[in-house]
Design a protein around this ligand. Structure first.
Ligand code: DGL
Length: 264
């Protein structure tokens, strides 16, 4: 494994860019290849078998680019488990942090909400991670099916997005949560709007920074971190390159990235 090889980053679409933003800030010397499957997003309404088959294509594509580590910037993929995702390739796989410790540090009433895709919610993964640290915590998970198509479709500031945010926040408000995890990497695109809808009594958490710490720990442990020279960033999407670029501009400095549409 060569430390000058790139780090691969995957998501079903543009969501993982919210994680790539933090990765680039923390690791300015690293090279990144981001692959977002915009042709087949959303993944979160699909079955485990379908998601696994799609992920194998993403991972094999990046393996052929000789990546040194794979960051799974997608909760829906992360919950499949590291071995399934790695698919026999030699690199380490780092998935999204469940954000359990962050949520427990923030909550006062131990009532924690999780916004995620239907698939992620069905696995109980976040609930289990939180309750493994504190069995007294109550976890209220809400599948937010409408968010990903609205975000991928750049529907920011529209009544449809406001209605979807209103609908999902109202459910968790009834559950009296004081902390909410954004457990889908698309949702930080609308974090400010979600915070406004909940109001000041609720802390909304994006676990990207906790994920970056896990990436750092793994890179350092394997001695694969680059310590000098400018990092490069290549961003690949499987459809809708221009639209995906607009969305990327909300998260990244586009001057530091090159973009390509690819077929899998
Ligand atoms: N961004 C992904 C996540 O973190 C999922 C989006 C989708 O449903 O495709 O879960």
């Amino acid at each position: 494994m060569d430390k000058n090889s790139p780090i691969g980053v995957i998501d079903s679409g543009v969501g993982g860019l919210t994680v790539l933003r933090s990765l680039q800030k923390s690791f300015p010397h690293e090279h990144f290849i981001y692959l977002g499957d915009t042709a087949r997003t959303p993944y979160g309404i699909r079955s485990r078998e379908e998601i696994t088959a799609l992920v194998q294509e993403l991972v094999d594509y990046l393996a052929a680019k000789d990546i040194k580590q794979l960051v799974v910037a997608c909760n829906t993929i992360t919950v499949l488990g590291t071995e399934v995702i790695r698919g026999g390739h030699p690199f380490h796989v780092v998935g999204m942090s469940r954000g359990a410790a962050l949520a427990l540090a923030a909550t006062k009433n131990k009532r924690i909400g999780v916004f995620a895709t239907d698939f992620t919610v069905s696995t109980l993964s976040h609930q289990k991670a939180i309750q493994a640290l504190d069995p007294e915590a109550q976890v209220f998970s809400q599948g937010c099916t409408k968010f990903v198509p609205l975000i991928e479709g750049e529907k920011f500031g529209t009544p449809e997005l406001a209605d979807a945010i209103g609908e999902y926040t109202a459910i968790l408000k009834k559950d009296q949560v004081d902390t909410v995890l954004l457990s889908c990497t698309h949702y930080p695109f609308v974090k400010t709007e979600v915070e406004q809808a909940f109001g000041p009594g609720v802390t909304v958490i994006d676990p990207a920074e906790a994920t970056v710490l896990a990436v750092q720990k793994d890179l350092y442990a394997s001695g694969l971190n680059r310590t000098s020279g400018p990092g490069r960033c290549s961003i690949y999407f499987t459809a809708g390159l221009e639209r995906a670029k607009h969305l990327a501009a909300r998260m990244l400095d586009l001057k530091q990235c090159d973009f390509q549409e690819i077929k899998l």
